[in-house]
Design a protein around this ligand. Sequence first.
Ligand SMILES: *Cc1c(COP(=O)(O)O)cnc(C)c1O
Length: 397
Amino acid sequence: MLATSKRSNAIPTSAVRQLAAYEQEATKKGVKVLHLNIGAPDLDVSSVFFQRICAIESHQLQYVPSAGVPELIQEVQTYYKNMGASFEKNEIYVTTGGSEALLYAFIALCEAGDRLLVPEPLYSNYISIAKVVEVEIDGIPTTIEEGFHLPSKEEIVRHIHPKTKAILLSNPANPTGVTYSVEEVKRIAEIAKEHHLWIIADEVYREYIYDGFATKSFSLLPEVAQQTVIIDSISKRFSACGARVGFLLTKNQELAAIFLKLCQSRLSGTTLEQIGAAALYREDMDFIRRSIPEFKERRDVMCDLLAKVPGVTLRKPEGAFYLMVGLPVEDSLDFSKWLLTEFAVDQTTVMLTPGAGFYTTPDKGKNEVRIAYVLNIESIKKAVAIIEAGLKAYNQR
Ligand SMILES: *Cc1c(COP(=O)(O)O)cnc(C)c1O
C-alpha cells in the first residue's frame, strides 16, 4: 500500500475551505456573497510597486540572492532603524511571504514533538505549519470578555510544558484584533527570559493600530534580542498579499546562519516582487498613514452596528482588521453554512469564518465567528443587517 505521511494528514482542513462549496452554490443561484471571511485588505497596491517593476531593463529572470535582493534588505534595515530598532544586513532574511518565515522559524527552533505556546484564539495557519514540522501548539486561553488580552504571568506560566520551545504571538493579532499593551509585551519577554524560551513575534499588522493604542515591537527589547525572531511581511502593510514577500529578522547570529541555510535550500525568493517591494518602502511609506483612517472607520461602524444586534458579544479590538464575535447560536459553522445555502436579503448574503478553527483546544469557539472588515462602509452596513436578520430567522426555525 502506498501511504501519505502522517504529518501531512494531520494538517487540518480550513473551515473557510469547507464553506467554499456552499459559497459556489449561492453564487450559482445568483445570490451575491459579501465576504467578511477574507483576511486580506482590499486596497490597491501603491502604483510605485508596478512602476518600479516596469522600469526593470533586463529581461532575464534569474535567481536573486537567497537571503533577498540587497536593495530590499537595505530598505527594510532603514524601516527598522526609523522605528528605533537596529538590524545588520545579515540579520534580515527575505522570505516568500510571512508564511515561509514562520515555517523557517519553526524548523530552526523546534524538534519534532516540541511545543509552541500561543494565545488562543490563534491564526489557524500556525496550526497547519506546526503540523508540517510535527510540532504541537498549546493555547493560552483568552476571552471575548477580556477583549482577548493576556492572563496574568502565573496563568501563562501554568501552560508551559517541558517541551515548550517558544512563545508565538501575533501583535496586533489575527483573528481577534487584540493589541497587547507595553506591559503585556514586557510580561511575555519576562516569561521567555525566566523560562528560557524563544519568542516568535509575528508583527505583520504592526502599523494597523487605532486610537493611538500603545504597544511595543519585540524588536525594541534588548533584554530578549538574543532569543527573538521577528516575522514580518508586506502582505498587510502595503495591501500586497499576492506579492509573496515576507521577512525573518533575528539578532542571534547562530540562528541567522540557519536562516541563511534554509533560504539557500530553496535557492531564491521572488524576484520582481522583491524589487517592487523595495520601492514601496523607499517611496510610499505614506500608504500606511493613508489607509489607517479607512480601517479605523470600518472597525468603528462594524463594531457599533454589531453591538446593537441582540445576543452578540464583542469588544472593540485595538488593531489589525479582524474581530471575533460571539453569536447567539450553538454552532457557528452550521449558521455560516445556513447563511450561504438558505438565507438572503435582496439576493445578498454574508460569508463568515466559523470560530472553532482558530482554537487548538477542542470544543472552543463554537459559537464564535471571525469577521474581517475588509469591505467598504456601505457593504459593512448591509452585511450587519443581513447577519441580524439571519440570526433572527435561524433561531426561529
Ligand atoms: C497574513 C498573515 C501572515 C503572513 O501572510 P503572508 O501573506 O504569507 O505574508 C502571518 N501571520 C498572520 C497572523 C497573518 O494574518
